[in-house]
Ligand binder design. Structure first.
Ligand SMILES: [Mn+2]
Length: 341
């Protein structure tokens, strides 16, 4: 990592009050990175609020034991006044669309802003960028920032950052995992992060609704292009029938690539406010962020997403067609023990 953190140190020195935010449908990396930044800023005596464009999924409530840290913008009575006299820290995103309902707030934010991120693509958010697209998680960048700015990894920060890194690497399974990832995890454990507790909090407190949704989704898993593409759909009716909530579909897409021979897995999720979100996972070197970007989305080589305005049927047709074309042009790279990233 070769990020120059001096400009971040300057922003921190020059401001006493901060607002931290992240992307809509926040995941473990988004929320864990926020915890890391909040912990760092509070150590330095700063006043910090966290306001997000989405409510926090229940599986992450262990990151916010008091239940008052992660605020949903719609529930913040003094949102307008939060623009005054603060600096803005945006973690784990580099695109306006990923800010969701917070985009307008950010556009009209008068103070200094910084972005700490690892996504491909670069919308101009008018921010000082601390960015490394090769990083396995935003959390590992925040960990670097904590050290660079003179913070200390306390147990809460370490819990947030280990959550961030574990979730974005699929618990150290994705090819983005490298020796330094495990060294970072070890350091975070030494600082007080209880890795087994974190896993249990996230994966062993499922609701019955989520489990039924997983079953429903898997029962409709299909393949196309001679088994090179696997996909499944989640409709609003499915959610209602299973007794699940929208955030219960987080990381369901990972099941699609667990089928032998699949190079591209996709999950199509009908959105509460209309339209369909497509999550993609690529194997064998295919860059699915290009496919996502052709539909206005983005992400990483191996994990990306896009939101489309049409019906489920239209979206399936259009995206599957584009995916087949993309894969037909892609010669799969042999998976070897030393596959470079
Ligand atoms: Mn991330």
């Amino acid at each position: 990592m070769s990020i120059d953190w001096l400009p971040l140190r300057d922003v921190i020195e020059q401001n006493d009050r901060f607002l931290v935010t992240t992307h809509v449908r926040p995941d473990g990396d988004a929320l864990g990175s926020e915890v890391g930044m909040v912990g760092l800023l509070r150590q330095l005596g700063k006043d910090v609020r966290v306001v997000n464009g989405s409510v926090t999924p229940a599986r992450y409530d262990f990151l916010d034991p008091s239940g008052v840290l992660f605020e949903h913008h719609a529930a913040v009575a003094d949102l307008d006044s939060l623009r005054e006299g603060r600096a803005l820290v945006i973690v784990d995103l580099s695109s306006w669309t990923q800010l969701g309902d917070m985009a307008e707030f950010v556009r009209r934010f008068p103070g200094p802003r910084v972005v700490i991120d690892h996504h491909l693509g670069n919308d101009d958010l008018g921010a000082v960028l601390f960015k490394d697209q090769t990083a396995e998680a935003a959390g590992i960048l925040v960990m670097d920032a904590v050290a660079a700015v003179g913070g200390v990894l306390d147990p809460w920060i370490a819990t947030g950052l280990l959550t961030a890194i574990a979730m974005d690497t699929g618990w150290f399974r994705h090819p983005s995992t490298r020796p330094r990832t495990l060294r970072a995890a070890a350091q975070l454990m030494e600082a007080g992060a209880a890795i087994s507790d974190i896993y249990r909090q996230i994966y062993e407190r499922n609701t019955l609704g989520r489990m039924k949704l997983i079953g429903e989704t898997l029962s409709r898993l299909a393949t196309t292009l001679s088994g090179r593409i696997a996909y499944a759909t989640v409709t609003r009716d499915d959610l209602a029938r299973a007794g699940a909530v929208p955030s219960d579909s987080e990381d369901l897409v990972d099941y699609t690539t667990s089928v032998r021979g699949v190079e591209l897995g996709m999950l199509f999720i009908e959105q509460p406010r209309g339209g369909v979100r497509v999550s993609m996972r690529a194997r064998t070197g295919l860059d699915c962020s290009l496919l996502a970007r052709s539909f206005g989305g983005g992400g990483h080589h191996a994990a990306a997403a896009a939101s489309l305005p049409g019906t489920m049927e239209e979206t399936l047709d259009m995206v599957l067609q584009a995916a087949r074309t993309a894969l037909e042009q892609h010669a799969p790279r042999e998976i070897s023990a030393k596959a470079p990233r």
